[in-house]
Write a protein that binds this ligand. Structure first.
Ligand code: F6P
Length: 323
């Protein structure tokens, strides 16, 4: 390998810049050339590629977002798009790729690798934490801290007015943010895609809380929850339990921004270094992750598989502590 290119793809996540910095500097440390591809697979297909130096990544460790920009590419889902991408890699003399992203990115990478057998390693960068092969993804911890900060503030006003708040957090297909934030913010209930909680069950829980003299409550709803989004659920609960004054807060994209936490900076730095070292050692078609504080590689196909589950213990704890 003589020249590596790095890109970020999918929803941005705090800590992606720290990972870019680590990839660039590790490549240069190992006498490799390094380039940045802008806007993920989209920019690769268009040839939006620039050389990077150790100084190009000065002072980005602490910055949210991604200096390389990000995109979700429709073209890369087509064979013609991937063929164009391969041509751009060849014409720019790029021998190996490091992609920082989530399941969509790695699904694309896996197909590309099957077609072109190209050295390609992934780094898990998504606030959703929904990948097999790493205990945590880059950005998850920061996003959680943003959620907790917001819910703590909502709690103040909820308690002052004896109100019931439905707080919607991100996670189209995964409830990790909701489940972890639920425990950490003392939510009364957590509604996630992975677990069925009917509106009737929720109302029963709310009534129980009233019997226990709770005057205000927070319910955390993952945007992809089985019973609907926060607004839909609040409407249904209002019909069945009109004695509550309900409010809805959708946290939205504030969860994706902000300076990465110390945890995310360290995780990104370790995985950034590992990705380049593993490419040099000949690994490919896999994602680097951290399990039990050790760097491990997991084939892309497994990283994006549906083997992922939310720790049932976390949900059990949430239920015990919400009485
Ligand atoms: O995958 C990260 C994520 O933030 C999800 O939690 C969310 O459902 C989605 O991206 C939102 O995507 P967009 O920014 O394209 O609206």
């Amino acid at each position: 390998i003589r020249k590596i290119a790095v890109f970020t793809s999918g929803g941005d996540a705090p800590g992606m810049n720290a990972a870019v910095r680590a990839v660039v500097r590790t490549a240069i440390f190992n006498d490799l050339q390094v380039a940045g591809i802008y806007r993920g697979f989209e920019g690769l297909i268009e040839g939006d590629i620039e050389p990077l130096s150790a100084r190009s990544v000065n002072h980005i460790l602490q910055r949210g977002g991604t200096i390389l920009k990000s995109a979700r590419s429709k073209d890369f889902k087509t064979k013609a798009g991937r063929a164009k991408a391969f041509e751009k890699l060849k014409s720019n003399g790029i021998d190996a790729l490091v992609g920082i992203g989530g399941d969509g990115t790695f699904a694309g990478a896996h197909v590309f690798n099957k077609e072109f057998d190209f050295p390609f390693i992934g780094i898990p960068g998504t606030i959703d934490n929904d990948l097999v092969g790493t205990d945590f993804t880059i950005g998850f911890d920061t996003a959680l801290n943003t959620v907790i900060d917001a819910v703590d503030k909502i709690r103040d006003t909820a308690a002052s007015h004896n109100r019931l708040f439905f707080v919607e957090v991100m996670g189209r297909d995964a409830g990790f943010i909701a489940a972890h934030a639920g425990v950490a913010s003392g939510a009364l209930a957590v509604l996630i895609p992975e677990r069925n909680m009917s509106i009737a069950d929720l109302v029963e829980r709310l009534s129980e809380a009233r019997r226990h003299n709770k005057t205000s409550s927070i319910v955390i709803v993952a945007e992809g929850g089985k019973s609907g989004n926060a607004t839909e659920i609040a409407t249904k609960v209002n019909e069945l339990a009109p004695y509550y004054e309900t409010k809805v807060t959708i946290l939205g994209h504030i969860q994706r921004g902000g300076s990465p936490s110390c945890f995310d900076r360290n995780l990104a730095s370790r995985l950034g270094v590992a990705s380049v070292e593993k490419l040099i050692q000949g690994e490919r078609d896999c994602m680097v992750g951290m399990i039990n504080q050790k760097v491990v590689s997991t084939p892309f196909a497994e990283a994006i598989s549906d083997k992922l589950t939310i720790d049932p213990e976390l949900l059990r704890i949430a239920d015990i502590l919400s009485i």
